[in-house]
Design a protein around this ligand. Structure first.
Ligand SMILES: [Zn+2]
Length: 264
């Protein structure tokens, strides 16, 4: 499932493939992708050059010449890839960039969305308006103010209004790196540990982005996918730090992977 890092990989690819260029042909394969946007409007907009792709949390905002923006949300399985054909398996929307190829919104579970906004609508779009700061912009004071002592740290960090872009994978990985117990409450993390978390978050995402750069970003849930994570989906395997078997349990409604020895 895409989190900040995977969306950022797509953003960087679009910067290379699409920025400054206009599509010459558009295929809307699955109109359900568009929600409230009329297919004709999206087609017309995509014929304008891309000014800049911007990421905010797990959202990708493509600012087009003329003031409109297409906001992509990938949800579970969505992604944008470059392809030689317009309609590979699971394609929902494709647009052709001359000399580059087809850019294809591919989405096996069909939960992703692409919506067109003008400037005013974009400024008013609730998921973006309510989104908390990016992981690199946090302070201990801010987190303390947002997270009551009794709240699970995991739940607080997964709340996109507290911090943008963090998902369940990042939680397992960060908690393992910092030796935090999966069910630690905000009040049990002292200021030094909170500071370590704040410093580690952008570092973690930068590493995952660097390791994930490819024409097609891959999600760990996909078949035959190489697992680049240290504990996520590695239950039963040895902890890379101490050798104890990695375990998993449900915390805050989502599975946490952790080392019982390193994260007591
Ligand atoms: Zn361990």
């Amino acid at each position: 499932m895409p989190e900040l890092a995977e969306v950022e990989v797509v953003r960087r690819n679009l910067e290379t493939w699409w920025q400054g260029r206009a599509a010459s042909q558009i295929c809307i394969i699955d109109e359900d992708l568009l929600e409230d946007t009329a297919p004709d409007d999206l087609e017309e907009a995509l014929l304008r050059p891309l000014k800049h792709p911007h990421r905010r949390g797990k959202y990708l905002i493509c600012h087009l010449d003329g003031g409109q923006s297409v906001v992509f949300h990938f949800r579970m399985t969505g992604k944008i890839i470059r392809c030689d054909e317009a309609a590979p398996k699971y394609a929902r929307l494709s647009w052709h960039i001359p000399t580059v190829g087809w850019l294809v919104f591919k989405d096996q579970r069909r939960l992703g969305r692409a919506q067109l906004f003008n400037e005013e609508e974009l400024a008013d779009y609730e998921p973006l308006r309510k989104m908390g700061p990016e992981p690199g912009e946090l302070t201990v004071e801010y987190l303390r103010q947002k997270c009551s002592d009794r709240r699970l740290l995991k739940t607080a960090l997964l709340d996109q209004s507290v911090v943008a872009g963090v998902g369940n994978i990042a939680i397992s990985e960060l908690f393992w790196r910092l030796r935090f117990a999966p069910e630690v409450k905000c009040g049990h993390v002292d200021d030094d540990e909170m500071k370590k978390l704040i410093d580690e978050m952008p570092r973690y995402f930068d590493e995952i982005i660097a390791r994930s750069m490819a024409d097609e970003v891959m999600y760990v849930e996909e078949a035959n996918m190489q697992n680049i994570f240290q504990v996520y989906r590695r239950d039963g395997e040895q902890c890379p730090r101490c050798g104890a078997p990695i375990d998993k349990k449900t915390v805050g409604g989502r599975t946490s992977y952790y080392c019982p020895q390193c994260q007591p």
